[in-house]
Write a protein that binds this ligand. Sequence first.
Ligand code: HEM
Length: 413
Amino acid sequence: MPVAEDLVAPERGRVLNPVLDGFGRSARAHEHRLLSAARPALPYLNWLGMLARPLLKVPSLGWITADPLTARAVLNDPEHFTLLSEGGVGHLWAQILGDWVYDLFDGPGHYDLRTRSRELFTERTSTDFVRHAWGTRLDEARAAFESGEELDLADLSRVLVGMMVVTLLGLPVDASRGDAAYREIFETGEELASIALGTTADTVLPPDKIATARTIVERLTGHIGDAFATASSDTIIGRCRDIGLSLTETKGLSTLLMVAGTETAASAMARTAALLYDTGEQHRLIENPAWRENAVREALRVTSPAPLIGRSVMADLELGGRTLKAGERIMVLTWTANNLAGDYRVDRPYIPQNRQLWFGAGRHLCLGGPLARAELNAIVDLLVGDGRPFRVVSRRYGRKVLIPAYESLVIAK
Ligand code: HEM
């Protein structure tokens, strides 16, 4: 639950050492500083969210809610809420990718697409993707870490996510450049996301931003044209073709996978490590390795890497005792809603009320949820799989980033 301290602006970008830093022992304080460094308004919004149960209207922002049931009512109601009109993320994407987004992203084609793509990421295919994409790089990192070397997990997360993108999209990459090549892929995704999702106030993109975004999309998906006809059904491209998507749609969906699954996943990886350390919960997890699944779910809940989900109201409706009017906007404060359930506990059981609100809900529920979980499982294994605890040596919060994340999180055994 946000406290007065949450409203104090942090010293942005300062390297913190938990031994020296008076607040270092508090996982909650670190999470709040991380949010604040990313977007200074976030802690204020979260604080306002305390009052938004079920709903609150904020001048110049619109409606906000931090109530899980109200949040799900919004996300499960395509009759009254859309992400396609101005104010929604689909509207941004349509300007970059084309008008097909209006059908396939939220229109009648969306249901069909989701039904057909349901099997893209299952628990099994996701574990396979992780092994295939990260294999030896993760093994190397683990060996060095377990032998006592320091590891910047925030940097490694960006590299690993870059490797995942390369695997999923079959992107040609000069592997001889090592980590640098994958960092670059991550940064490209970051750049695209900052254009496509970087505004919550106005979703009309100026022509120069549309042109830049289209150039990036072409850089990331230009190769798909050649691969489309022959790609194996084991790859995302082949799977998209098999489920009947056109080349344009496959390129579009690949772009979305890349944008939706890069910063969010990297953010969760380093923040999971920080939480395990700051709360001391790593010791309980080491004693009870069977709690791994809970530990991962809890990390997703407490970090909620996509802290806000926006929608536009399409038609007047009554919700939570208030009247929402067509044309208004509403923001679901996922971070607040999820954190109100309590602090990080590796043995906390599933919370039926919250379900997996960190992945959204309803027709747009995260397509990559199983992949994100498989990635976090592998990271938790890296951290404590040898049965020994680790410590955070230093950390630096990412400043002015779309998805709150550690810029650096150096850990050691
Ligand atoms: C911890 C990591 C992740 C978090 C917290 C997360 C969160 C979310 C949320 C909240 C949404 C719903 C957005 C909305 O309703 O407007 C979403 C949608 C989506 N996510 Fe994720 N995501 C994560 C990882 C991934 C990964 C790894 C992938 C794939 C590689 C992915 C692919 C997608 C796609 C394609 C959608 C759009 C689904 C649709 O509109 O039908 N996500 N994600």
